[in-house]
Write a protein that binds this ligand. Structure first.
Ligand code: NI
Length: 247
C-alpha cells in the first residue's frame, strides 16, 4: 500500500489497524559513468514498496534528495544543506504524527545521509521533550540502510567478492537494473576498479575520483544479482518492520 496512490479514507482506515509507516530515503547524485543519478532513491524505494506489498503495510513518498555536496562537481547532482534536510524531515514526521502515526521507519539508500538522518531524529525527539503541553508523545523514528538488512551484506560479499567498493557499487547498480528494466548503460572506463580514499569537498572528489566511482567495478552489475538482493532485503525488511511496529 502506497500513500501517494491512496485516497484519504484509505489512510484513515489504515490508521485504525496500524500507526506505522515506512519512508524510503535516498539521494539524487552521480553514480559513476554507468549508474543512474537516482540510484540511492530507486534502491530504497523499490525494496520498500515490494516489502509493503508483501507485508501489507503503508509506504510513504520517497524522500529522494539528500546529502550530496561532495558529488556536486558532476552534472545532475542535487543536494540539500544538512539544516534544510533536518527541517524537511522534521516537517514530514510532524505531518504524519498529526494524523496519528507513531512509528516511522526510514529505509535509507545513501551512506552520506546517515549523520543527517540521525541529527533529524534528535531534532524531532527534542521537540517532544521540550513540549510543555502535557500531551503524550509516542512517535518513534528508526533508520535502516538497505544493504545492512539481515543477509544482504553477506550476499553482496558472495556476489561481488572484488570490485564492490563504496560508491557506484555493482550491488546498488544491479538493484536499479532489476528495478528499472531498460535503463542499464555501458561506458568505457580508464581503470577496471576505481581508486579508494577519503571524501572531502566536491572539487577534491572529482580530482581523486575522475569518473565518480570509489573502489568499484560497476561493469559487474546485472539484473539477476539485483533480483537476489531485492528478494533477500524484502524478506528481512518485512520481519524488521513488523517488529518495529510492535516495539
Ligand atoms: Ni549510492
Amino acid at each position: 500500500m502506497q500513500l501517494h496512490l491512496s485516497a484519504w479514507p484509505e489512510i484513515e482506515a489504515y490508521l485504525t489497524t496500524s500507526k506505522a509507516i515506512l519512508i524510503p530515503i535516498g539521494s539524487t547524485e552521480q553514480h559513476g559513468p554507468l549508474g543512474l543519478l537516482g540510484t540511492d532513491a530507486i534502491c530504497a524505494e523499490y525494496i520498500a514498496r515490494a516489502a509493503g506489498d508483501e507485508g501489507g503495510f503503508l509506504v510513504g513518498p520517497t524522500f529522494n534528495v539528500g546529502q550530496a555536496q561532495h558529488h556536486m562537481s558532476f552534472p545532475g547532482t542535487i543536494t540539500l544543506r544538512p539544516s534544510t534536510m533536518i527541517a524537511a524531515m522534521t516537517d514530514w514526521a510532524n505531518s504524519l504524527r498529526h494524523h496519528g502515526f507513531e512509528r516511522i521507519y526510514w529505509l535509507n539508500g545513501h551512506g552520506g545521509n546517515i549523520a543527517t538522518i540521525n541529527a533529524a531524529f534528535a531534532e524531532i525527539h527534542h521537540a517532544t521533550s521540550f513540549d510543555q503541553s502535557g500531551q503524550t508523545h509516542a512517535l518513534r523514528c528508526s533508520l535502516r540502510n538497505w544493504w545492512e538488512l539481515a543477509g544482504v551484506t553477506e550476499l553482496i560479499r558472495s556476489l561481488f567478492p572484488s570490485g564492490e567498493g563504496s560508491h557506484a557499487t555493482p550491488s546498488e547498480i544491479s538493484v536499479t537494473q532489476y528495478a528499472c528494466p531498460g535503463t542499464a548503460k555501458s561506458a568505457e572506463m580508464a581503470v577496471k576498479i576505481a581508486p579508494s580514499g577519503p571524501i572531502f569537498d566536491a572539487e577534491d572528489f572529482r580530482r581523486r575520483y575522475p569518473d565518480g566511482r570509489i573502489g568499484s567495478d560497476p561493469t559487474l552489475a546485472n539484473p539477476e544479482a539485483g533480483k537476489k538482493l531485492v528478494d533477500t532485503a524484502v524478506r528481512a525488511l518485512v520481519r524488521e518492520f513488523q517488529m518495529f511496529t510492535k516495539g
